[in-house]
Each structure stands twice: as C-alpha cells, then as structure tokens.
Design a protein around this ligand. Structure first.
Ligand code: PGA
Ligand code: ZN
Length: 424
C-alpha cells in the first residue's frame, strides 16, 4: 500500500516549472513520475493548475499543485493499494470533484496516478510496459519523428506545427532510430547549404525560415532521398498542422504563407498534399471547433490517410465516442496529461481500439526526462508513438527507452512498422 507521497517542483524542457511525484510503498518500492506540459493545448483538456503570480516564473508557477500533492492528495491516498490503479484514480477524481480536475490540478493528479503505477510495477519487479501490458506486450511502436518545427513550437513563419518522418520500412525499432537520425543529419546539412538556420524548436526539429508546408515537405523528401531511402516505401511523411491554432472566424488563416482557406479549401489543400507526397497520417488537419470540416475531410481521404484527433478529443473518452459516432477522423492521439489519470487514458485507448481506430501515444512540447510514454506505447500495443526529433534529451530519452525495451524483449519483440497504420 501507498506509504509516502512527495510532490516537488522541477523544470521541464522549456525551463518552466512542472510537478514531479515520488510514491513509496510499504515494501519500499519507489515510483517517480514527472508531468509534461503543452503549448498548443486543446480547449477541452483537463486543467493544468498554474499559480498565475506574475512575479514568479512569469505566472507559470505550480506551487499550488505541488501543495495539493503533499497535502490533500497525500493524506487521502496513503494506505491505498497502488496495484488497484482504477480504484486509486477514481479516488483522485472524486477528491478533485470537478469535471476538468481544475481544483487540485490535472498536473497534481497525473503525477500521483503515474507514480503509483510505476511504484506498483517496481513492487512486482516488472518493467512498466509488462506490468501494465502483460506478458503479451511485445509490439514496438512506429515512431513519428518531428524533424521540422513550426507553429507554436518555433519562431519561424511556418503555419504548420510539425513535419514528421516515420520509418515504416525498418525491421526493428533500433533500425528505425538509425534511419531517422541519418535523415535528420542530412536535413541539417541541406538546410545549412541552402542558407537556413539549423537551430531547433521545442520538439528538437529544425526551425528554418520557410513559409509553406510544400517548402518544408520538399526539404524533407530531398533529405530522405539523399540519405538513400525511398520516400513512402522506407520512410513516410506525417504532419501535425495543429490547425486549431490558426482557425479564426471560420477560416484557416495561414499568416506565414499569407493565405486564408475556408474549411472546404482546407480539405482541398490537404487532399492535394496527400496526393503529391507520401503522407501517411495527418493530426488535427481541421480545428477542434470545425467538426463539419473534420467530417468532410474524413469522408474524402479517410480511406487512404490516417486522420488523428488531438485537440478535438483531448484524450477524453466521451469526446472520442462522439467523434467515432459522427465520423470525425479515424485515429486518436493520447496524451496522459490531457485527461489527468492513467485509468482514463487507458479507457480512451480501449474505446478507440474497440471501434477499429488507431491510437498514437504522444509526448507534449514541454517534456522532461520521464520516459513513461515509451512504456505505455508498448503496454497498450498501439503501435505508434509521437515523441519528437532525433535531438534533445527530453525527446531522445523516449527513443532510448524503447531501444532498451526492444533489447529486453529479444526474440519476442516485433516492430510495428507500416502495419500500425490504417491499411489503405
Ligand atoms: P503541445 O503540442 O504539446 O504543445 O500541445 C503537441 C501537439 O499538438 O501534438
Ligand atoms: Zn497535435
């Protein structure tokens, strides 16, 4: 049972404060979890409690959330069985008492939820992926590697937030990392040769001064080819326009490109990109408030492209069910801090899988050295992970953990590759 709960303030990959929680069980087992943080957040996410004191941390302090962990939450979960994750998470939800975890803070609640899972795994002398996923957990995910950053994650004019590569043709996860790294370095030299900056954005991808998605895609395609890989067959393209960020007054306002697109024009534009490039998946192609646009695009290209909902579902099972019912996409992004407990995040995964939808386990743009999501990707067998570029330790820590898991699984390991995606 849970004996000790300690919340503390650490800093994330952007240098902002975030919550870390240690849980110690009666047998001495320790679980530690750090909470990530988004920049382009969905409107219906669980609430990340910030202090709002402008004199400290530019208003981003999380001292109240830490105090909730060390006070109310610690007092009420002490003595609970960490193995009963559902019971613990239900107690946390009830203690908070709000629909969005706004009272205690989803950052406080999630830290405790994940730390408890890790403590329970330690008590069972099992790695987290096996403790949560069982003996059958053996599928290493296809990584979506974000090598060009724009939008809210960089200071360049690119309207789209993320341009990713996915090594669908690799035989193993370790080989996928090698392929991604090679392309990343080719891209670096190509950008340099073209006179661009090779500084990186929040998720470790380059942030060159490009204006259109086509310019970015052309650089990525050239880098794939120049490295010796076949675009599409060996390495596919994935984008996250994060379009809620530039949907204003009913139109998609491409400020960097200097173009406005209506929802139908947005669907035309994206369908054109899918025709012109080997695009396997697009996340948030339409805004969270443009469900008609979402349905139009899904009806048009959903049979040949994975369309993953991030802002539109916020890892919320009820929102996902509504999306499944009404034809909004065919895939869901899962970010544990969007919903605030492990149990709720796993319920969202289960609901997606029951409907035949795909699931992508994801980081946030603000991360830490915590690698829980790597284990979650294997535990759920979802086959896809989005965790940034081939640089910056907050991103590569997850890839490195997956390399270790693949090694540990040995002959039992299987790399998802292309099979993880919806089959066209
Ligand atoms: P965020 O971005 O973590 O800043 O919200 C990631 C995403 O949109 O997928
Ligand atoms: Zn997104």
């Amino acid at each position: 049972s849970i004996e000790k709960v300690t919340g503390r303030r650490i800093i994330d990959s952007r240098g902002n404060p975030t919550v870390e929680v240690d849980i110690v069980l009666a047998d001495g087992s320790l679980g530690r979890a750090a909470v990530p943080s988004g920049a382009s957040t969905g409107a219906r996410e669980a609430v990340e409690l910030r202090d709002g004191d402008a004199a400290r941390w530019h208003g981003k302090g999380i001292d109240r959330a830490v105090a909730h962990v060390n006070g109310e939450i610690a007092a009420s979960v002490r003595g609970l069985d960490a193995v009963d994750q559902a019971g613990l998470d239900a107690a946390l939800v009830a203690l908070d008492g709000t629909a969005t975890k706004s009272r205690l803070g989803a950052n406080a609640v999630l830290g405790v939820s994940l730390a408890a899972a890790k403590a329970a795994a330690a008590a069972h002398h099992q790695p987290l992926y096996r403790y949560l996923g069982g003996e059958g957990a053996h599928l290493l995910p296809l990584p979506m590697m974000n090598i060009v950053n724009g939008g809210a994650h960089a200071d360049n004019p690119l309207d789209f937030q993320e341009f990713m590569i996915a090594p669908v043709g690799a035989d193993t996860f370790a080989e996928a990392v090698r392929m991604g790294s090679e392309v990343f370095h080719t891209l670096r030299s190509d950008l340099l040769a073209a006179g661009h900056s090779t500084g990186v954005g929040d998720e470790g991808g380059f942030a060159p001064t490009l204006r259109t998605a086509e310019e970015a895609l052309d650089f990525v395609m050239a880098a794939i080819e120049r490295t010796g890989y076949r675009p599409g067959a060996d390495i596919g393209l994935i984008m996250d326009p994060a379009s809620s960020e530039f949907f204003r007054d009913g139109v998609y306002d491409y400020v960097g490109e200097g173009v406005r697109r209506t929802p139908s024009e947005q669907a035309d534009y994206l369908a054109g990109l899918i025709d012109a490039y080997p695009v396997l998946s697009i996340e948030d192609p339409m805004a969270e408030d443009d469900l008609d646009g979402w349905r139009e695009l899904t009806a048009r290209v959903g049979d040949r492209c994975q369309l993953t909902g991030d802002d539109v579902f916020c890892t919320n099972e009820a929102l996902l069910r509504e999306g499944i019912r009404t034809g909004v996409g065919n895939s869901v992004l899962v970010k544990v801090n969007q919903i605030g407990t492990l149990t709720e995040a796993l319920a969202t995964v289960a609901t997606a899988h029951q409907a035949g939808w795909t699931v992508v386990i994801s980081h946030r743009s603000g991360e830490t050295e915590d690698t829980t999501i790597a284990d979650l990707a294997v535990a759920t067998g979802c086959g896809q992970i989005k965790t940034g570029s081939l640089s910056r330790s907050d991103r590569t820590a997850k890839y490195n953990q997956l390399i270790r898991i693949e090694e540990e699984l040995g002959d039992a390991a299987r790399y998802a590759g292309r099979s993880a995606l919806l089959q066209a």
